[in-house]
Ligand binder design. Sequence first.
Ligand SMILES: Cc1cc2nc3c(=O)[nH]c(=O)nc-3n(C[C@H](O)[C@H](O)[C@H](O)COP(=O)(O)OP(=O)(O)OC[C@H]3O[C@@H](n4cnc5c(N)ncnc54)[C@H](O)[C@@H]3O)c2cc1C
Length: 313
Amino acid sequence: MEHVYQEITHITAEKNIMLDELLKNHTYTRLGGKADILVTPETFSEVQELVKLARRENIPFTLLGNGSNMIVKDGGIRGIVMSQKQFQNIRVESGTIFAQSGAAIIDVSRRALKERLTGLEFACGIPGTVGGALFMNAGAYGGEIKDVLEEAVVVDREGTLLTLPAEDLDLEYRTSNIPDKGYIVLEAKFKLQPGKYEDIKVIMDDLTYKRESKQPLEYPSCGSVFKRPPGYFAGKLIQDSELQGKGIGGAEVSTKHAGFIVNKNNATATEYISVIELVQKTVKDKFGVFLEREVKIIGEDADAETVKSVKQN
Ligand SMILES: Cc1cc2nc3c(=O)[nH]c(=O)nc-3n(C[C@H](O)[C@H](O)[C@H](O)COP(=O)(O)OP(=O)(O)OC[C@H]3O[C@@H](n4cnc5c(N)ncnc54)[C@H](O)[C@@H]3O)c2cc1C
């Protein structure tokens, strides 16, 4: 990896490159072992160069948003992991919001309120980045990214910068073609409607109240772990299996919302995944229903020693 590190120093400043960086310090879930190289580019052209480098050297390239919809295993991620933390800019031009991929979608929603623009209220409690929100067409309470996205600036697998109309991303219920096409979203253009500050605020306050009263937001988690099985509710099946409060190590089925597994006390990904499997097995045994995971699990398995060191660090 040394020669790759050297190559990256020709693309971005050394302060933007971290070796053997623990990803639990960069994910909303507070889970994840080490990335070989974690790079935080500052410009879109740096991203283009990084994509070209990874392609040329045949190195795995993984994109990290806020890590609120995926679990990184304790063995970490080989190759290059790209963080978008330096792409935070949000700007407004006559009723249109341009938000860079690393900006929190919650902040974009708050900015819309400030500008008296309506349409993004649904996103006011989704703890992901703009990039992560486009990737899975995030949505809540009847709204979704598809309703408000006009265009996206992306980099494709060849490292080419493209501006695509929203239709080209095939946004559907919690999916898009972004993973299949290998696009890296760098900026989103949201078309919103003029509204009244008070009306927008009332909706956002209501949705925030609903979330805070139902979701265990005091602990890290990856949100709803399972998809809704046809004809059932995952949360109800878990509740009826008396799994709430059951845990392994620092991970536990939330007592507040059965569909959430919380990282209550410095859990490792191994512990968190074991709780997922415990829930799947128990519900299957009791009700004959298999709960399919909604969140992605990525990275490498770890031996006991590595898991221990992830926990201690
Ligand atoms: C408490 C809680 C509540 C939640 N509520 C909701 C909800 O109401 N509705 C909802 O839809 N989701 C919800 N989620 C899930 C999650 O917040 C969203 O899916 C969010 O959009 C993920 O964004 P992220 O930045 O965290 O993505 P990450 O988890 O970091 O990444 C998810 C995927 O997106 C890819 N990705 C990230 N950035 C980019 C980019 N720039 N270009 C291309 N691909 C990219 C990653 O490679 C990865 O495959 C919730 C999660 C939590 C923890």
